[in-house]
Design a protein around this ligand. Structure first.
Ligand code: QV4
Ligand code: CA
Length: 512
């Protein structure tokens, strides 16, 4: 009897940890603020062919619209209803995107904002992405509908009604996060509306959810919502597949709420990962790359099977959320590429690559005055589509980190080495390290200020391999560096500290 209960609990607990990524694929990319039509095209022309496993999309439901040209990106974190028209496009465009991405093997994960509606001072009117009328002051959202009795204010005990002290779990869950009207998810009615919204998306073919602001919701309420979700659409997944759940909980330590309370419900974002990796690659606080020999649980991260990891996200790349100045973003391309490559080469966690838009960064006393700026837009406020340049980079302010050769090639590396153990570690007791993934891949980093010149055991079969960082294998030759692995698995690596990208990676499919 006991074992049966254990198996049942374990089975249930882990059901929503599986991202259901298609065979041979591993990584997710967050196409922050992209329009649905552009994501559909990107799945077909780039993500599918290059082995990406999935896309995290911006919130697809109706959100507040602030006056053009004041159109901050964060409007999308202020829901007005669960109608599916947003700054990224219409419901038809959303459905078309989901279908087209699924058809080329790329999953869609929806950013689900279910803790709150818009801010308390959101006003009254039809300034919303589908034009639905609402009154934030009266907490009236007739297109759901939610009314003033569907919010938490009666439970919140702070003077302002906002969260004032992150040391008090009750107010973190029951009060307003930066004045956002806090939904009473303990009510069956509210749970039902949220569950229906997510089920519409599951039936359309999404593979799961990034659940926003989970720290601000009680685990029991979330369990009820997740429990009511449909199985994934059997047009693309086997019967009985549960939607993937990954929960945004920022836990860098020192607060009353920890990720532990959420890991049995689904995966959880591991924010320590990017904060630490940024510190290591910046060589701050005395950190050195050689200390990452036991990267993962050894650094106090949650267990591998529970984690979603990333170098930066849409918040901390602009100073919102957590991680501070240590986070490495596209603004610092050299350490950013190295950190993303390290993440993609390392077996820990489900990995997510950030794909950003550029804004007029203007930092005064450590704070970016333009941290609100929305995506590249036309003069009428509508989001620009993503033009692709002849060299495959993106134009019009879209950064497209995921298309940078070094990053795309490391996404492929991760696919090639999937399931292989972390092996053949080497370091120079400083910032030069190397490690392999069984006999399928090997990567070497030089983040010191002097050259690396070493013969290392790669664990790879003998032969000539193309480095996939300085170039790649193309038409039977290498466009970048070439690495000769001997019959004994040893290879010589020379990486100048002045190289544009001071790291080298080879894998089974980059062999000539
Ligand atoms: C402001 C004041 C309030 C004041 C209010 C008065 O801060 O004290 O009461 O005005 O009207 C925006 C503004 C914010 C404003 C608020 C309400 O930035 O200044 O309040 O709107 O009008 C994003 C942005 C927020 C933005 C929010 C809603 O980051 O700046 O707030 O969207 O538009 C914590 C959480 C974590 C969270 C992280 C950022 O634990 O869950 O902060 N991360 C997620 C998302 C994030 C999003 C939210 C949660 C909220 O990743 O993008 O916040 O959905 O660590
Ligand atoms: Ca809440």
């Amino acid at each position: 009897m006991k074992w049966f209960i254990l198996v049942a609990l374990f089975g249930l607990g882990l059901a929503q940890h599986n991202p259901h990524i298609k065979k041979g694929r591993t990584a997710i990319v967050h196409l922050f603020e992209w329009r649905w039509a552009d994501i559909a095209a990107e799945c077909e022309r780039y993500l599918g062919p290059n082995g990406f496993g999935g896309v995290q999309i911006s919130p697809p439901n109706e959100h507040i619209m602030l006056d053009n040209p004041w159109r901050p990106w964060w409007m999308r974190y202020q829901p007005i209803s669960y109608n599916l028209c947003s700054r990224s496009g219409s419901e038809d465009e959303l459905r078309d995107m989901i279908t087209r991405c699924n058809n080329v093997g790329v999953n869609i994960y929806v950013d689900a904002v279910i803790n709150h509606m818009c801010g308390a001072s959101g006003g009254e009117g039809t300034h919303s992405s589908c034009g639905s009328w609402f009154d934030a002051g009266k907490k009236d959202f007739p297109s759901v509908p939610f009314s003033n009795c569907d919010f938490n204010d009666n439970k919140c005990r702070t003077g302002s009604g906002n969260i004032e002290n992150y040391g008090d779990a009750n107010q973190v869950r029951d009060c307003r996060l930066v004045s956002l009207l806090d939904l009473a998810l303990e009510k069956d009615y509210v749970r039902g509306k949220v569950t229906d919204f997510l089920n519409v998306l599951i039936d359309m073919g999404v593979a799961g959810f990034r659940v926003d602001a989970c720290k601000h919701m009680w685990p029991g309420d979330l369990a009820a919502v997740y429990g009511g979700l449909h199985n994934l659409n059997t047009k693309w997944w086997s019967a009985g597949s549960r939607p993937f759940i990954f929960q945004e909980v920022i836990d860098l330590g020192g607060e009353s709420i920890t990720t532990k309370e959420y890991v049995n419900l689904g995966r959880v974002t591991e924010f320590k990962y990017g904060a630490k990796l940024g510190t290591v690659f910046r060589k701050w606080n005395g950190e050195k790359l050689c200390y990452t020999r036991n990267w993962g649980e050894g650094w106090g991260f949650m267990s591998d099977g529970n984690a979603v990891v990333f170098v930066d996200n849409h918040d901390n790349q602009r100073g919102h959320g957590a991680g501070g100045a240590a986070i490495v973003t596209f603004w610092d391309p050299r350490p950013h590429k190295m950190a993303v490559a390290y993440m993609l080469a390392h077996p820990y966690g489900v990995t997510r690559v950030m794909s950003s838009f550029r804004w007029n960064r203007h930092i005064v006393n450590g704070k970016d005055q333009n941290d609100w700026m929305g995506p590249p837009s036309h003069s009428d406020g509508s989001t620009k589509s993503v033009p692709i340049n002849p060299d495959q980079t993106c134009g019009d302010g879209w950064v497209c980190e995921h298309r940078w050769r070094q990053i795309t090639n490391m996404v492929k590396f991760r696919n090639v080495v999937d399931g292989q153990p972390h092996s053949n570690w080497w370091d120079n007791q400083s910032n030069q390290v190397a490690f392999g993934r069984g006999n399928r891949g090997f990567i070497v980093f030089n983040n010191d200020d002097w050259d690396l010149d070493e013969t290392l055991n790669t664990g790879m079969p003998g032969g000539t391999y193309c480095d996939v960082i300085s170039g790649q294998k193309e038409g039977g030759r290498c466009t970048g560096k070439q690495i000769q692995v001997g019959g004994d698995g040893r290879a010589h690596f020379k990486i100048s500290s002045r190289d544009e990208d001071p790291f080298v990676a080879i894998h089974a499919e980059s062999k000539l």
